[in-house]
Design a protein around this ligand. Sequence first.
Ligand SMILES: Nc1ncnc2c1ncn2[C@@H]1O[C@H](COP(=O)(O)OP(=O)(O)OP(=O)(O)O)[C@@H](O)[C@H]1O
Length: 284
Amino acid sequence: MVQASPDKKPHQAKQGKKLNGKSNGVPANTVIDCKIDNLYYGKFRAVRDSHIPVQQGQITAFIGPSGCGKSTALRCLNRMNDLVRGFRFEGHVHFRGRDIYHRSVDPVAVRRYIGMVFQQPNPFAMSIYNNVAFGLRLNRVKGDVPERVEKALRGAALWDEVKDKLKNSGLSLSGGQQQRLCIARAIATEPEVLLMDEPCSALDPIATRRIEELMTELKKQYTIAVVTHNLQQAQRVADMTAFMYVDTSEGARTGYLVEYNKTEAMFADPQEEYTKQYIRGEFS
Ligand SMILES: Nc1ncnc2c1ncn2[C@@H]1O[C@H](COP(=O)(O)OP(=O)(O)OP(=O)(O)O)[C@@H](O)[C@H]1O
């Protein structure tokens, strides 16, 4: 059961001082305002006190040690956690001011506007063409399907490599190509926001750089939130960074937001001791 509750506590993490156009602590160009007061899997409180705005046309990176709740927080942004048994959430996620957890909102419709790319490239066992067309059909997107498939494959920087073998299986592509195919599938329905959960962790350095370049290209059209373990990647691609850490003080392991700031500022002058230590590589 998902619950949205009124704000209980002020945001506790340090934020950059120069967020443009702040209104009630939320930047004016915020597309998704995510405020997790408490998030549970069954009795386990996985995340607390994490207020992370995702701003229009920017890349927001979620970084932090393993188990601090980066993926959990990301999955809240398009209701992917709804599929997990025992998931319960206090707080809110507003997409363009609208509560996506309101009982009248269909989670499938949310994912039409807020698409997702996963850690492991997961093309379907069907042709390259159908991998992209599938999402269009599923979402009953009208218009010229072949044209939209080509546009999505071009948008994912894959068209030139696959245009002569669109009938081949998506599984016949390399890992990096498969991930770009999954990006094409995600952008085919033209979402506003793209969530990427460690999209390069299964890729070699060359394929990784290709995806990073693609992300920089995609942000001209889409707002992106990405979970990454790779600090250099966050520095290379992200405009804003949210650093999360794990609180073990109550004998549990609950993730929370320590600091949210412009990426450059966070890496040059972290405001919090934990951020400093993490950036220096003192723990991982
Ligand atoms: N489906 C689930 N059911 C129960 N607990 C879960 C579930 N998914 C995650 N957790 C727990 O929630 C906490 C946060 O997990 P999450 O995967 O969000 O962290 P993370 O920071 O993304 O970690 P990593 O970097 O290792 O992927 C962890 O303690 C994890 O075991």
